[in-house]
Design a protein around this ligand. Sequence first.
Ligand SMILES: Cc1cc2nc3c(=O)[nH]c(=O)nc-3n(C[C@H](O)[C@H](O)[C@H](O)COP(=O)(O)OP(=O)(O)OC[C@H]3O[C@@H](n4cnc5c(N)ncnc54)[C@H](O)[C@@H]3O)c2cc1C
Length: 264
Amino acid sequence: MTEAVPEAVKAALDDPFAQLTGSLSGTRRLQFEVVSSRELSPHLQRIELTAAELAGFSYLPGQDVMLLVATDGRRPVRRRYTIRYLDLASRLLTMDIVLHGDGPGERWVRSAKPGDRIEGIGPRGKIAAAPSADWHLFIGDDSAAPAIFAMTEALPGDAVATLVLEVPGPDDEQDYSAAARTRVSWLHRLGNPPGDPAQLVAEAAEVELPPGDGHAYLLGEAKVVLQLREVLAGRGIRPEQMSPKAYWGLGRANAGHGEPARDA
Ligand SMILES: Cc1cc2nc3c(=O)[nH]c(=O)nc-3n(C[C@H](O)[C@H](O)[C@H](O)COP(=O)(O)OP(=O)(O)OC[C@H]3O[C@@H](n4cnc5c(N)ncnc54)[C@H](O)[C@@H]3O)c2cc1C
């Protein structure tokens, strides 16, 4: 059994999240144990975690958990990953995590084995499916697929959703099971580096927008998300119809709180 950050190290941390107050009120600290880790697709690892604190845990599909993956001196290094599934009865929380190359989050994911322990804080995140939207448009890269699928699968049967997902290649496409009427466009990088806006932005410029007041969810690399907002704004989508969220920043590690650094 390995602890991502041993208790003695944790106790000595200069931790901005020592108290779960302010933006963290409503979250709880979760003492996770790894139940399983397996390759879901060539670039995606599925990790199942359990914790006693999952008893009575509630969250909105699309929300995430922040894991304490490492330390940097006395500073905690946390990474955020979406709750793909939660089975309350068996207290099993599933995350799907992109294997993109290297980073403290990825190093923990690659080494994780049953019995390993890691601290989490959650649920986090403000983006959930807009209940009154006439249609839903989800656009993102592979890091956003868990949030996009979790939100899509939570939509009612009379909802209409379009999913635009960029993944490394055809083997990284995934199944999902939605009650809503959905249409999905898989875009393949085919060896091109992630974080290039070209494909997602071109699709955002052309994707059919049904009549009525819809909602667009734009998730993934920081500058790509920015460009997606601009393209959709140019197509008449108002700011309040968009939920943009930067998940990572090209060429730059996320900050210790798990999001791209402000000036990234
Ligand atoms: C709310 C929220 C929910 C998220 N949910 C998920 C999720 O469910 N699954 C998931 O896989 N990710 C998710 N992410 C993204 C994930 O937290 C980041 O990718 C994070 O940077 C990974 O940490 P790391 O330590 O591996 O890499 P870092 O140390 O942050 O970065 C190291 C290097 O890797 C590059 N890099 C980081 N992430 C990626 C990537 N996805 N693709 C290509 N290059 C990358 C960086 O540009 C940098 O050069 C989420 C992020 C947020 C904010």
